[in-house]
Ligand binder design. Structure first.
Ligand SMILES: *Cc1c(COP(=O)(O)O)cnc(C)c1O
Length: 362
């Protein structure tokens, strides 16, 4: 029996999810988004599992592209925020990474770059309404022409934009962003990419040439009240630990730091070896569901660094040493995220270094 908190990564689920995304998005092609250490699942691990089936990976930063090349992956890799400094351009050329170009400064760096071997592939990023990265829509044609005239760049210049709330399936904001992008890029001969995971689910008209899916790859949903499983995807992470104590606590006694929860009767309170020091969210409120053996019980009191406390009245069979699952196929991480006031991505990305990662072929 190990006390260590364990994140099990289900490689079969990753493969299932990519196949399902491909089937849903076709004929659009798929960028498998593996930024932020593959949403906390492990970049090299996920890339290895998907290598045979992934046509293209997308990452946030050059360093992740370097890691993928070092691990031997040869497919296309898109760096979604492009070069962060002038020196990145030569490095991206050397590593054959596609660069998103979203800012005037990057145009200057490109113009002044010493042409290296091979042509750099670029994607022109347009701000269609999110106001994070991208050129204003009225600059799209001009910047596209500017890039097309630069020597050292691949003549095929992609066009991309990002949605601010595509998980709202009937939302006006996404409708406006699609229309804005269409208008800004009309007549430009180029592959286009708009959709993130939620848009693949809810905005079929936005799939165009390439979709960029992260969340769904890991079986994660950000759609209100829905888990990835509700759309036919499988969660790729199980976070589990053990029960290390069961205490009998009297009616009226308060549990944990600041005594935020009071026992309504004499009752068994379990203690599980996981806390915010592992990445379990401190914001998870009393009432957050936790699996103990085959039962689902509520968390009670504050999450502490190394431990959580559980109301075991509905799990009278529980014993010290019992397996405790914080999230996984039997308990959607989306449900835990809702109780913690955040989204599933935030939780899987938050695993700390003391969590032991293991792989499961399923
Ligand atoms: C993170 C990201 C994605 C993937 O979003 P998901 O919701 O995880 O599918 C796509 N495009 C860009 C630009 C991103 O930053």
């Amino acid at each position: 029996m190990s006390r260590t908190t364990t994140a099990t990564i289900h490689l079969g689920a990753l493969r299932h999810n990519l196949a399902r995304i491909k089937a849903m998005a076709a004929p659009a092609r798929v960028m498998a988004v593996v930024k932020a250490d593959a949403y906390g699942h492990g970049l090299e691990r996920v890339a290895r599992a998907l290598d045979a089936e992934a046509e293209c990976f997308a990452v946030a930063a050059l360093g992740d592209g370097l890691r993928l090349r070092a691990a031997g992956h040869r497919q296309r890799i898109v760096v979604l925020s492009g070069p962060d400094q002038p020196g990145d351009i030569a490095e991206m050329q050397r590593l054959r990474l596609d660069a998103a170009i979203h800012h005037e400064a990057q145009l200057h760096w490109l113009a002044e770059a010493v042409p290296g071997r091979g042509r750099l592939r670029v994607w022109l990023k347009i701000d269609s309404g999110m106001h994070r990265l991208g050129f204003p829509p009225e600059r799209a044609a001009g910047v596209h022409a500017c890039l097309a005239a630069m020597p050292g760049l691949d003549p095929e210049i992609g066009l991309l934009s990002h949605f601010a709330e595509s998980e709202v399936f009937d939302g006006e904001a996404t409708r406006r962003q699609i229309a804005c992008f269409e208008q800004a890029t009309r007549g430009l001969a180029a592959p286009r990419s708009l959709s993130n995971s939620a848009a693949v689910l809810g905005w079929p008209e936005a799939r165009v040439d390439w979709v960029r899916t992260g969340g769904l790859l890991y079986g994660l949903s950000v759609v209100e009240g829905k888990s990835g499983a509700d759309f036919g995807f499988r969660p790729a992470m199980t976070l589990a630990t053990r029960l290390i104590a069961i205490n009998h606590v009297r009616k009226g006694e308060r549990i944990g730091y600041n005594g935020t929860w009071t026992c309504p009767e004499d009752m068994p309170v379990g203690v599980a070896a996981v806390g915010y020091g592992d990445g379990y969210p401190r914001s998870a409120a009393s009432g957050t569901p936790v699996r103990v053996g085959d039962a689902t019980v509520p968390l009670v009191g504050r999450v502490s660094m190394d431990l959580i406390t559980l109301d075991l009245r509905e799990a009278p069979q529980a014993r010290v040493g019992e397996r405790v699952v914080l999230w996984g196929p039997q308990l959607p991480v989306e449900t835990v995220a809702r109780h913690a006031g955040t989204i599933s991505y935030d939780l899987t990305c938050g695993m700390t270094r003391r969590v032991l990662f293991v792989e499961d072929e399923n």
